[in-house]
Design a protein around this ligand. Structure first.
Ligand code: PMP
Length: 431
């Protein structure tokens, strides 16, 4: 495909923007080549500055679950714009969206709006610390919770892709309060908790990890964490920035039937606008200022345009639960197609998927944690990524990401993806 315009823009961008991008993974550094500069998108398709069309499997890293340019979300934004872009004062719409979130997400009794997933997780940890009076928290190796200092320890997503899991600028003092445990290992978690008795404020986890590729919790794992937290007075935080409103109307906690004390949200909750949120039990959330002593604020928090987009998105999902059946069916169809290709080509790679999230790992090992994910052959992924892109399929440019399907994908799109996957696997293995 001809990408001359993207190449020229990337050159130009590097003169003024660090690495040419405003978020690292976008630079295609781990897969090489020129990142696509996107001009527009509609439904299941994005169009780059050279007017190439691609089938979308990034969907803005999750938010565009109903595809691009959904007419109702677009209209809600256009209507809201007429009343000014921002007030920095409370609005009625913020109550409506808060009520809706409380009704949809099992763990949330009160919720605070912020502007990104990063803000949501940073704030949730602060509240958990304020509530318990303890300093330490436990995160899972390979999970990503945004770029807050205390989370950039063994972090997934861009942090691992860029080979800087421990970023310069994060002080030792900060890092010492972040404890680590591997995903899906209850015994290891129990040991960390017992070695730090009465010092752990929170365990934070992506209930389905999406940032080391898609990794599912083993049966009993989330339940075990719930019990451990109850036993030790630890706040259990599910980071559902990715999985919230994606795996079910109430997120992974609904799908897996385990209720945390707090939940962080982002992505879909803003319908494509910059929004995050954190919420949980009333008694915990009442620690947040001005109800309580834990300070957290935001000039643009609850922004009227963002709330209009988010409220419309969540209402659509809430009123149309068949969206989730359809996404599950699309996910299962894609998986079947991938499995058939692997079998036909005599390849033994691992596919992890749940609902509309999916990762093909270039390893024959089962992938249950970060160590397993890292056995993937990244050179093969790099070739595969470009082979798919050449066939018009736009994947996340890293092995350690999940695909995100949208309802806009029709059967013909899924068949095109399956065919491209087959041809790409064949090409990169010289078959
Ligand atoms: N938590 C999770 C689970 C995420 O996937 C992300 C972003 N991919 C974040 C937090 C951070 O969100 P943001 O990029 O909006 O700050």
């Amino acid at each position: 495909m001809k990408t001359d315009n993207s190449r020229a823009l990337f050159e130009q961008a590097q003169a003024f923007i660090p690495g040419g991008v405003n978020s690292p993974v976008r630079a295609f550094k781990s897969v090489g080549g020129t990142p696509l500069f996107i001009k527009r998108a509609e439904g299941a398709y994005v169009y780059d500055e050279d007017d190439n069309q691609y089938i979308e499997l990034i969907n803005s890293w999750g938010p565009m679950i109903l595809g691009h340019k959904h007419p109702k979300i677009e209209q809600a934004v256009l209507n809201a714009v007429q009343n000014s872009l921002s007030f920095g004062a409370p609005t009625q719409r913020e109550i409506t969206i808060a009520e809706l979130i409380v009704s949809m997400v099992p763990s949330i009794e009160k919720v605070r709006m912020v502007n990104s997933g990063t803000e949501a997780t940073m704030s949730a940890i602060r509240v958990a610390r304020g509530y318990t009076g303890r300093d330490k928290f436990i995160k899972i190796e390979g999970c990503y919770h945004g770029h807050g200092d205390s989370f950039l320890i063994a972090a997934g997503s861009g942090a691992v892709t860029m080979g800087t899991p421990d970023s310069p600028g994060v002080t030792k003092g900060t890092a010492k309060d972040t404890l680590l445990a591997p995903f899906n290992d209850l015994e290891a978690m129990r040991k960390v908790v017992e070695n730090n008795k009465d010092e752990v404020a929170a365990i934070i986890i992506e209930p389905v990890a999406g940032n080391m590729g898609c990794v599912l919790p083993k049966e009993g794992y989330l339940e075990g964490l719930r019990e451990l937290c109850d036993e030790h007075g630890i706040v259990l935080i599910f980071d559902e920035v990715m999985t919230g409103f994606r795996l079910a109307p109430g997120g992974a906690q609904e799908r897996f039937g385990v209720t945390p004390d707090m939940t962080t949200l982002g992505k879909i909750i803003g319908g494509g606008m910059p929004v995050g949120a954190y919420g949980g039990k009333k008694e915990i959330m009442d620690y947040v200022s001005p109800a309580g002593p834990v300070y957290q604020a935001g000039t643009l928090s609850g922004n009227p345009i963002s709330m209009a987009a988010g409220l419309t998105m969540l209402s659509l999902l809430n009123e149309n639960p068949e969206v989730y059946t359809s996404l599950d069916e699309k996910g299962a169809y894609l998986r079947e197609g991938y499995e058939k290709s692997l079998k036909d080509l005599g390849l033994n790679y691992t596919i992890n998927s749940v609902g509309s999230m999916n990762t093909l790992f270039f390893t024959d090992k089962e992938v249950h944690n970060f160590e397993d994910a890292k056995t993937s052959n990244l050179e093969l992924f790099r070739k595969y990524f470009h082979a798919m892109l050449d066939r018009g399929i736009y994947l996340g440019p890293s092995q350690f990401e999940s695909l995100f399907l949208s309802t806009a994908l029709i059967d013909n799109d899924l068949d095109r993806i399956i065919k491209a996957n087959h041809e790409s696997l064949k090409e990169i293995h010289g078959k």
